[in-house]
Design a protein around this ligand. Structure first.
Ligand code: NAP
Ligand code: ZN
Length: 360
């Protein structure tokens, strides 16, 4: 049994990694009783983010084992606390990466909870009561309602799940850098994976010219035909990179593995911006010349605030934006993680936690 605190009275079945092999096995643990501000959610689906793999394998050296990954969670409310407004039993809801924040700092007050310095995550975090958080690879979740969003009726719960992390992580920097109000501008996306493919969809929905910058030539045809990307550059092909120098206004870097930023920066116009959202475990190489000769900017970005997450969900509902998914059963989680580590997914695995997919 996992470390627990006295009010952790509910027994839940889930799946955890126990060491840096990252192997996932069934795991029974306790969750807190539903508090006054809480919702209990029966989990239907949970996306497999590359972050889950980083944590399961302790890539960043910060994993507290056993870890129950999963922060792209969708399901239905089964219990509601007495202080909760705006949700009712039976509502279709989603939970992303945030489990708690201080609620008092300038960032919490302006719904940028993702930048609060006391933010705790849905798994591998320490909740307000001192307990370790466990994520969505489990049958149900108790979540503070301030970190829960509604899922629009027209979005299926499986293909909506990845929006809770991958979706908001790309939407937020695109909005923050005014790309969503600048049709015709040229967006580059490094890495056509879970985050990258949703970025293509937002880019096209908001009228941008979208270029994918990929290490995988095999993804080109589908990226153009199915996702509607306008251009595709193979980043390991020096001639292709050379030909596209100074063509892009903005680049979103979603690459999960180590890479040097120099050649990518050269693709930006003068004054262009590159936002890093991918989180490789080693420092990225940053040569000064491409930065200074193009007066270019590099920034980072993590997730999005809760208001913005609901806004992103509503935009996806209105424009019918969902993730391209491969649904897997709970006994296929290890296979899916292995395939994700080999860059073999189009474009997001989603675990059918409740066994609902056959019935929906
Ligand atoms: P993913 O599905 O595995 O996609 C990552 C993509 O990166 C791959 O599909 C691949 O695309 C590309 N790539 C892999 N190795 C590369 C290399 N050496 N150089 C350049 N590109 C490479 O992963 P994901 O779930 O989208 O997550 C991506 C990263 O974002 C992870 O590090 C994750 O932890 C991080 N993340 C950050 C936030 C945040 O808030 N900042 C939120 C969620 C996830 P190609 O085959 O097209 O090259
Ligand atoms: Zn994630």
């Amino acid at each position: 049994m996992a470390q627990t605190t006295p009010n952790h009275t509910q027994t839940v079945s889930g799946w955890a990694a126990h060491d840096s092999s990252g192997k996932i096995t069934p795991y029974v643990f306790k969750r807190r009783a539903n508090g006054v501000n809480d919702l209990t959610i029966e989990i239907f689906y949970c996306g497999i983010c590359h972050t889950d793999l980083h944590y399961a394998r302790n890539d960043w050296g910060i994993t507290m084992y056993p870890v129950v990954p999963g922060h792209e969670i969708t399901g239905v409310i089964t219990k509601i606390g007495s202080n909760v407004r705006g949700f009712k039993v039976g509502d279709r809801v989603g939970v992303g990466c945030l489990a708690a924040s201080c609620l008092e700092c300038e960032f919490c007050k302006s719904s940028q909870e993702n930048y609060c310095d006391q933010t705790q995550f849905t798994y591998n975090g320490i909740f307000w009561d001192g307990s370790i958080t466990y994520g969505g690879y489990s049958k149900f979740l108790v979540a503070d309602h301030r970190y829960v969003v509604h899922i629009p009726d027209n979005l299926p719960l499986d293909a909506a799940a990845p929006l809770l992390c991958a979706g908001i992580t790309v939407y937020s920097p695109m909005k923050d850098n005014k790309m969503l109000e600048s049709p015709g501008k040229k967006l580059g996306i490094i890495g056509l994976g879970g985050l990258g493919h949703i970025a293509v969809k937002f880019g096209k929905a908001f009228g941008l010219h979208v270029t994918i910058i990929s290490t995988s030539p095999s993804k080109e045809k589908e990226a153009k035909q199915r996702l509607g990307a306008d251009d595709f550059i193979v980043s390991t092909h020096p001639k292709q990179m050379e030909a596209k120098k100074r063509t892009l206004d903005f680049i979103l870097d979603t690459a999960s593995a180590n890479h040097s930023l120099g050649n990518y920066l050269e693709l930006l116009k003068v004054n262009g911006t590159l936002v890093v959202v991918g989180a490789p475990d080693k420092p990225m190489e940053l040569p000064s010349f491409p930065l200074i000769f193009g007066k270019r900017t590099i920034k980072g970005s993590i997730l999005g605030g809760m208001k913005e997450t609901q806004e992103m969900m509503d935009v996806c509902g209105q424009r019918n934006i969902k993730s391209d998914i491969e649904v897997v059963k709970t006994d296929q989680i290890n296979q899916a993680l292995d395939r994700l580590s080999r860059n073999d997914v189009r474009y997001r695995f989603v675990i059918d936690i409740a066994g609902k997919s056959a019935k929906m």
